[in-house]
Design a protein around this ligand. Structure first.
Ligand code: FPP
Length: 253
């Protein structure tokens, strides 16, 4: 069902939705989900309570993006740098991811959503790796929203992996192609996926944090002070509306 059937008539969400031009939606929305720890701290709760609350936002934003008609949603769930966090926090984040997949996979599949994990997935522990590959396999043929979850991800690591894969292919084929932007894009984790039109970062930090470095060259950046656990459908609609009000020039005039 489209988002119109989901929002309450007369609500702020309905008003926002009415202003959104369905013909000019961002095809690809990428999100740096930040502020879980601060959200918890403000409530004198442990940081992991913030991550748990953040899962509810993940559910709502995935569902809303799919119903709105966004084609690709990429969520930054765990960076290569996040391994520096206390072991118990890392363990909880991995447990939450497993729980998310366990509880949501059926619903993702029923809603025609294709799940993909991007990052150095091969370095993750066997149980989560298995679950990720299984989710990708089950939803592979779906044609609705593509949900990319960036896990053990870093933009620089992605570029290193990209060039190594390119080199391996050169060695195997024995001929050296000339390097072009198009060729590099073809070897990225996001090969075949349009670059993000809109990059959202929650909790107010003005940083890219090693996320999709190649792909965000021309993305519109939207930074909101809202912490990720508070970021819901209304906030997504606000971000899309602001995106539509901007003029994209791609370096032209
Ligand atoms: C940033 O908040 C958030 C993370 C590092 C993890 C985000 C993960 C989830 C919401 C859960 C799993 C995701 C999926 C897709 C199921 P922070 O801890 O850096 O917050 P702070 O900056 O306030 O400390």
């Amino acid at each position: 069902m489209e988002l119109e059937g989901f929002v309450e008539a007369g609500s702020q969400e309905a008003a926002l939705l009415k202003q959104i031009d369905k013909d000019r939606l961002p095809k690809h929305v990428a999100v740096i989900m930040d502020g879980n720890g601060r959200w918890a701290g403000m409530r004198r709760l442990p940081r992991v309570a913030g991550h748990r609350a953040g899962i509810e936002s993940v559910r709502e934003i995935v569902e809303s993006s799919a119903r709105l008609g966004v084609q690709v949603l990429t969520l930054y769930a765990f960076s290569v740098e996040n391994w520096k966090r206390p072991r118990s926090e890392v363990r909880t984040l991995m447990e939450l991811l497993k729980e998310y997949l366990r509880l949501e996979l059926d619903s993702l599949h029923k809603n025609n959503i294709r799940f993909r994990a991007i990052g150095r997935i091969q370095e993750l522990e066997e149980p989560i790796r298995k679950q990720l590959y299984e989710a990708m396999r089950i939803t592979e043929g779906n044609s609705g929203l593509l949900l990319n979850v960036a896990l053990n991800y870093s933009g620089r690591a992605e570029l290193v992996d990209t060039f190594n894969r390119l080199l391996a292919e050169v060695k195997q084929n024995g001929h050296t192609p000339s390097i072009s932007e198009e060729l590099i894009s073809r070897f990225l984790y996001t090969s075949g996926i349009p670059d993000p039109d809109l990059l959202i970062r929650t909790s107010g930090e003005m940083r890219i944090s090693n996320f999709l470095l190649w792909q965000i060259a021309y993305s519109e950046i939207y930074i909101t002070p809202t912490y990720w656990p508070d970021f819901r459908r209304k906030h997504l609609l606000e971000a899309v509306l602001e995106y539509q009000q901007r003029e994209r020039r791609y370096g032209g005039i």
